[in-house]
Design a protein around this ligand. Structure first.
Ligand SMILES: Cc1ncc(COP(=O)(O)O)c(C=O)c1O
Length: 322
């Protein structure tokens, strides 16, 4: 069965929601079709929360410079990078951008009109930059003190990518909303917004929805992914694989630095070595690899084997030599 009207629930839909919530400690989940849609859901939740708390001017959301939150108009506007904005104005308004790590600027941007703060724990598209955990905990504290929603975009970091199901577990924070996508469907289109006790009851009937969100085929895919990760041990050695890859990368003479968290790895090359050219060379030699800003970027499958890692590292080393 591919589809039912969203007036109905299906077994895969319910099972996935239950498994996700019990594994993460969240109370409720909304399923959409992508990361951008998961963030749109979070933005709507924050605005409705703000309006109900402090009136209809409480609609602003703080996000961070160099962030990436998606390509729909609101998620694009939430994205703190001009390069993605140009050519797509006008925007709807309601976002303030603060330099990541800057506590003073955060406080300066915070007033009674702010309903939420949204942050990535590793800025992926922004260059695979892990945010200082102390700053993330500060953001959580500021949110709690000011009755503002703490929203974490784990579209890229979530579902085991960093070594734990959610990256927030390692940073010891518990956002009011966590958004997920990418790895959750194992290639099938799904996005999810997880809601805690503060946010679970914000939407009432008719506030939000999606024709294909929570589709049974896609949810069955999501369930299979979670079973592999949590019940069949795929998550267990993600950190070990990541440590091995990073240690091997640092042995390459052209590699200056590695960044990121778990199997989300950024590689800074020596001055004069062009990441885009190396990436193109790797692809020619059989290794699919990305760039992020001036870095090379690795996002290998979580179930990659030691042999596959070694083969990939060998291709990279050869491509760097050429
Ligand atoms: C952190 C983050 N948020 C949101 C998105 C958007 O996800 P999607 O492309 O599924 O809409 C991405 C995609 O790269 C992302 O990395």
């Amino acid at each position: 069965m591919q589809h039912t009207s969203n007036l109905y629930t299906t077994l895969p839909d319910v099972k996935l929601a239950q498994k996700l919530c019990s594994a993460t400690g969240y109370k409720r989940v909304f399923f959409g079709n992508s990361g951008a849609e998961a963030n749109e859901c979070a933005i709507k939740l924050a605005r409705k929360f703000g309006v109900s708390k402090r009136g209809d001017k409480c609609v602003n959301i703080i996000t961070f410079q160099n962030s990436f939150h998606g390509r729909t108009i609101a998620a694009l506007e939430a994205t703190g990078q001009d390069v993605f904005h140009k050519n797509f104005f006008p925007f709807t308004g309601g976002f303030r951008y603060v330099p990541i790590g800057d506590k003073e600027a955060l406080i300066a941007a915070l007033d009674k009109s702010v309903c939420g703060i949204m942050i990535e724990l590793v800025q992926g598209e922004g260059g695979v930059i892990a945010v200082d955990p102390e700053f993330v905990r500060y953001v959580q504290m500021i949110c709690r003190e000011n009755d503002v929603l703490f929203i974490v975009d784990e579209v890229q970091t979530g579902i085991g990518r960093t070594g734990t199901l959610l990256a927030s577990e390692q940073l010891k924070v518990k956002p009011n909303i966590t958004t997920l996508a990418k790895g959750l469907g194992g290639g099938l289109p799904i996005g999810a917004a997880l809601m805690d006790e503060t946010t679970a009851d914000i939407f009432t009937y008719g506030d939000h929805g999606s024709t294909f969100g929570g589709n049974p085929v896609v949810c069955a895919g999501g369930l299979a992914v979670l079973e592999q990760l949590l019940d069949n041990g795929v998550l267990d050695d993600v950190t070990q694989k990541a440590d091995y890859i990073c240690a091997e990368l640092l042995k390459l003479p052209q590699v200056k630095e590695v960044s990121g968290m778990g199997l989300m790895i950024g590689i800074t090359l020596n001055d004069g070595v062009n990441a885009a050219e190396i990436a193109a060379e790797c692809v020619k030699n059989g290794l699919l690899i990305l760039t992020a800003k001036t870095k090379l970027r690795l996002l290998p499958p979580l179930n990659i084997t030691k042999e596959e890692i070694d083969k990939g590292l060998e291709i990279l080393a050869d491509s760097l030599k050429e």
